[in-house]
Design a protein. Sequence first.
Length: 482
Amino acid sequence: MKTFFRGVITIVLFFTLGDIAAAEGDKCSTSAQFQCPNPENCPDSGYSYVSACLECDGHLNTYFEGKQCFDRKLLNGKDNPSKTYLYRDIVGIIIWFIAAGLATACGVGGGGIYVPLGILLLAFAPKPSSGLSQASIFGASLGGLILNIRNKHPFTTKIEDTSPPEEETGLNGTGTETISSVPTQDETPTDTETCHYYTRPVIDYNMALFLAPMEMAGAVLGVVIQTVLPNWLYLMISAVILGLTAKKTYSKWWEMRKKECAQQEAGQQQQSPESAASKPNLKPKVHSSSVVGSTVPTVELDCSVESAEQQCAPNDTVPEPTLKAEDEISHSDEEEQEPDQLVNDPVMDAEKIARRDYLLQQDARQYPKEKIMVFVILWAGLTLLTFFKGGKGVDSLVGITCESPWYGVLIALQFLWTLGFSAYYGWKLPQETEEKKSVGYPFHPEDVMWDYRHTRFYAAVTFLAGIVAGLIGSKSMGHYYV
């Protein structure tokens, strides 16, 4: 391992010294060098000469036939040195469109596709390819948001009142039966006096409000790192990250393929005549039932085969002790229960039931106005600071340059603005989770049970993903909020 790190350090030092030597070379000599339209080094000729166009200011592209560096323009047959670039652009737009659709459908973001396409197909320099990739990802993300903001969560929570009248029991408890795994239909079932349905939006706004500002802060840092990195080091880091991403995507595909093939084989075996006639389809559905002041886990057996009617009746409810004796229940078993069974206080009085129903109603809103308004404020503030700062070919609105001390101040303000939002919601999410647990909130199995350990972990990973996104122009966590 030490030998490996020594080799890496040696390679880095070698290329760094090579860059320094090239920078100190004679940029006015025309021998076997590329013409760079930067007259600062050679004011007499109006051009300087470099060994590679990556050394030119402005990240210019290379035209090898004419040995010159130029500012690449899309769909422009006039300013580009050759008309072949126009043909490249037309073909590239078609391929880019197809790649964007496939990347968005597969949920891989597209940075691993857009950056190589920009370099190889459109003949852009590496860093401009990164900026073009970010612009494409923004459009794809915006389209995905428009589609998903109207969608609902795959599962609906069903709350059924099972308590007898208070005058018959004399107790102040409220009996309810909670099922959090009812598949969501196109039209939510109609509520009745004893049964209520709650369907959340597919976008987890609380998670987005916590992680999106952290990712933005990482992206700001990634852009700064990209600006100061030499091109060869930027290319090396991009190649390593995109290679690891491709390997991870392939491994995920292989695992999902094996899982789906196994499910198909199991489905074919269940549909065979012999297995269908001999084995009923019993599917236990675990949910929680709060009956007059207590919460009792129950199991609902789904009998889908007519020949098994004598073995169990539809919607039979079997108490938990028939599945596991009380003396076999350990502390580790309680930790492995489904999220909707994790309740700190099992006493479900009327006040807690009312609070739980209020939380369900708040989460069931498809367009929570106060959360959407926070997003608008977050984006507006960050956009305003970015235009004040300038950069990436856009001049500052207030005339600030990179040499100005206010440039660093505005970058620091971007960090404070984004991290402030993330810190507030990182403090708020664990408290909301504890409150939901205390009132028996029916969590879905995929819900994140937020505590301060999870917030620290997710914040660190999201910040790192934002750095990668700003550095190489890849989509990092935008699709994790769904």
